[in-house]
Design a binder for this molecule. Structure first.
Ligand SMILES: Cc1ncc(COP(=O)(O)O)c(C=O)c1O
Length: 454
């Protein structure tokens, strides 16, 4: 099939997530045809560094052989079986044991598998409600979350999402979901002192819990570092304070680690970045290097013990998907975890990530429309502004973010634009030389747009 036909077929037959179908018909998305290591090629043969990592997912790059071999071997051994009540399979057992052992410092006791990040979140929210029912506190059904947070697209996750753009078309959503301010250094009306900001935002959470009635709040859910919201890194005191507040009122703490899990932040898990344990962790993406859909909700002892102790039947988990713990996904995950540990992926992400952050932070000084560059490890956001002094983010009507992305694409780097933010989340195996190449391309792209050459 020729490329023009592919583009026409895409426009005619395919609805894209998070996109207007009409816009996708007018302007064909980039069609990616091949991947190898940190490189991708589009259907026209144009070669680029993958600054997106698939979608925060292909942490081992696009051609990891051990993961590929594990998938092929599993296809030959057992392509599919379910883990509902009456059956299980070897790879699911191995993977659950492996994850629990990996998360031993976190006090994780058990794992519930699913097929992606939204599923992992939905599982955590449902387990939180069921936990409180089992404890005889059925009034504890409310969830509190952060503005700008992203927790996927199921009704529960959407209800705790902190971006109204993702919610409005599907409202009314789940009752009992409330949002408090994110400790966002660049955009907040309170203070320029990050530590004070951490305290203020933690106090807001506490006030909301008290206002709702602590005995009505099931859980607080947040990302250790907000990803899709624009790579927002909280101050170091925020999560420890959140943990204290949750403990004070008995509220469960759910860490949505769909992006941060398995090394992206420079730590194996984002909660380790803050020295805090959650009660549940939502995992996906990097767990299988994105090669096959897989999600997991890791559950700590406090929760698991309550389910184990039930003798009434009420602890039966009425939740699960046909493809929960799909054997091929579990095999891919086992091989991925081997690679993550053997290659010290979190340590590598921390080291090359620091270089990436240091180089690109200079854009704030050199580019008239870059307001903020923020991130940690190999997750980085560049916020474009229409007024630097007032920190006014560029609106959707500005063509500048798209022009920067296009210039980068032409020069050999795939990036992602989300609102006013350019987001980078390359494979975690990226080398320092490739990071330099990525920075060279981006500096050139911003300069070209600023000078009207692109
Ligand atoms: C923090 C977070 N939670 C949940 C999700 C949803 O994951 P999925 O798209 O695999 O359903 C995402 C997706 O990007 C995410 O970033």
């Amino acid at each position: 099939m020729n490329n023009d036909q592919l583009k026409a077929d895409n426009a005619q037959y395919l609805w894209h997530p998070m996109a207007h179908p009409g816009a996708m018909k007018k302007s064909t998305p980039d069609i990616i045809a091949k991947g190898e290591g940190c490189w991708i090629w589009d259907v026209d043969g144009h070669k680029m560094l993958d600054g997106v990592g698939g979608l925060w997912a292909c942490n081992l790059g696009h051609s990891n052989k051990p993961v590929r071999d594990a998938i092929v071997a599993q296809m030959d051994e057992l392509p599919f079986y379910n883990v509902f009540r009456g059956t299980t399979h070897v790879r699911a057992i191995e993977l659950s044991k492996r994850l629990v052992q990996m998360m031993e410092p976190e006090g994780v006791a058990t794992v519930m598998f699913s097929t992606g990040g939204s599923d992992a979140v939905e599982g955590a929210l449902k387990v939180a409600r069921q936990y409180w029912k089992l404890k005889g506190q059925a009034d504890r059904f409310k969830f509190i979350s952060l503005r700008q947070g992203y927790h996927g697209v199921h009704f529960g996750g959407m209800s705790v999402n902190g971006n109204t753009n993702f919610r409005r078309a599907y409202e009314p959503l789940l009752p009992g979901c409330f949002h408090v301010d994110t400790p966002w250094a660049y955009h907040n009306p309170y203070t320029d002192d990050p530590i004070r900001l951490g305290e203020i935002c933690a106090e807001m959470l506490e006030r909301e819990i008290v206002f709702q009635g602590p005995d009505t709040v099931a859980a607080f859910i947040a990302e250790p570092v907000q990803g899709a919201g624009g790579v927002i890194v909280p101050p170091p005191n925020y999560w420890p304070l959140v943990r204290q507040i949750c403990d004070k009122y008995g509220v469960l703490l759910i860490a949505d680690e769909v992006v941060t899990g398995f090394g992206r932040s420079g730590e194996m898990f984002g909660t380790r970045l803050w020295g805090v344990n959650a009660d549940m962790w939502c995992l996906a993406k990097g767990i299988s290097s994105g090669y096959i859909p897989l999600g997991a909700t890791a559950i700590n002892r406090r929760i698991a013990e309550v389910f184990d102790a039930d003798t009434t039947g009420a602890a039966s988990v009425s939740h699960g998907y046909t493809y929960s713990a799909h054997p091929i996904a579990a095999a891919a995950a086992l091989a991925t975890l081997d690679q993550i540990e053997a290659l010290d992926i979190p340590g590598h992400a921390a080291r090359v990530g620091e270089h990436l952050q240091t180089r690109l932070r200079k854009l704030v000084d050199t580019c008239a429309f870059v307001g903020d560059v923020r991130g940690v490890g190999l997750m980085l956001g560049i916020e474009m502004v229409s007024d630097k002094a007032k920190r006014t983010p560029m609106t959707r009507t500005s063509d500048i973010p798209a022009r920067v992305a296009k210039a980068a694409y032409k020069a050999g780097l795939m990036v992602r634009i989300s609102g006013p933010n350019l987001i980078l989340s390359p494979p975690l195996i990226i080398t320092r030389e490739q990071v330099d190449l990525m920075c060279d391309v981006l500096e050139g792209a911003f300069a070209a747009v600023q000078e009207g050459r692109a």
